[in-house]
Design a protein around this ligand. Structure first.
Ligand code: NAD
Length: 255
């Protein structure tokens, strides 16, 4: 249970869903974790549950200065930064015709610009710390293939796929000892899925029954399925893995 022993991680969007699950499993695997989220109540509760191995920081990923403060807080609290999981994200079930300018701007700001800010600020810190470091970015199956119902989301997640590769190349070419990868979940039952079901006018049961059809494995994912992908990518087991895209999607993108 020591796959991340000695590592210090920032996990964004860790107040609930995949991020909260990842924070719990990271601590089980020996990491110290900064639970970074806009949602202070739930974020503080996750950090409190994890005790001395976790601390909460109120971070809006669209605020560049807050990112700087988050990294400074991480160093002050746990001494260094080895891992960034850029997990925070939002989605609107809106096609190109139905997407408002506000929904577009908000989606790009959180899902795409937030990932840029996080990577830039983290790389600035990690490049001088002398240890193996890694960044993993939450893309999606919709960063690999499109779905008309998620226009802005597809735009932002597709951008994350290639921002990841460009940043990984930069880190490699400059011998920074920082690996950068993206993770592409299929449909995972989290609060985001409940919200998406609501936007689709469905109960979670109706929603699950409909979208299982798109996952040839025959079931939807759970947060642990994604969290263990982040564990692997953040551990030294993945020493030679950089610039890649890990789909955890029950065959969704295999078709
Ligand atoms: P979720 O909605 O359950 O949780 C997202 C978390 O991000 C929340 O705690 C929220 O407070 C936080 N957040 C939102 N905006 C933020 C901001 N500006 N700054 C800081 N924190 C912010 O979502 P989830 O289902 O756990 O998804 C996590 C990630 O995985 C997202 O990037 C999502 O796009 C991606 N993903 C999810 C699924 C899925 O089916 N659930 C599928 C593919 C990809």
């Amino acid at each position: 249970m020591d796959r991340l022993k000695g590592k210090v991680a920032i996990i964004t969007g860790a107040a609930q869903g995949i991020g909260a699950c990842t924070a719990r499993i990271f601590v089980q695997e020996g990491a110290k974790v900064v639970v970074a989220d806009m949602n202070e109540t739930d974020g503080r509760a996750v950090a409190a549950e994890l005790g001395e191995n976790a601390a909460f920081f109120k971070l809006n990923v669209t605020d560049y200065n807050a990112w700087k403060e988050c990294v400074a807080f991480t160093k002050a609290t746990f001494g260094k930064l080895n891992v960034l999981i850029n997990n925070a994200g939002i989605s609107y079930r809106k096609d190109i015709a139905g997407t408002s300018l506000e929904e577009w701007d908000r989606t790009i700001a959180v899902n795409q610009t937030g990932v840029f800010y996080g990577m830039q600020v983290a790389i600035e810190e990690m490049r001088t710390n002398g240890e193996k470091c890694s960044i993993a970015n939450a893309s999606s199956i919709e960063g690999l293939v499109a779905e008309s119902a998620f226009f802005a989301y597809c735009a932002s997640k597709g951008a994350v796929t290639l921002m990841t590769k460009a940043a990984a190349l930069y880190c490699g070419e400059n011998r920074l000892n920082i690996r950068v990868n993206s993770v592409h979940p299929g449909y995972i039952i989290t609060p985001m899925a409940y919200d998406d079901a609501r936007q689709n006018g469905q109960t979670i049961e109706e929603y699950s029954a409909e979208f299982i059809q798109k996952h040839p494995i025959g079931y939807l994912g759970k947060p642990e399925d994604i969290a263990y992908g982040y564990v692997y990518l953040s551990s030294d087991e993945a020493d030679f893995v950089s610039g890649t895209q890990l789909a955890i999607d029950g065959c969704y993108t295999a078709q």
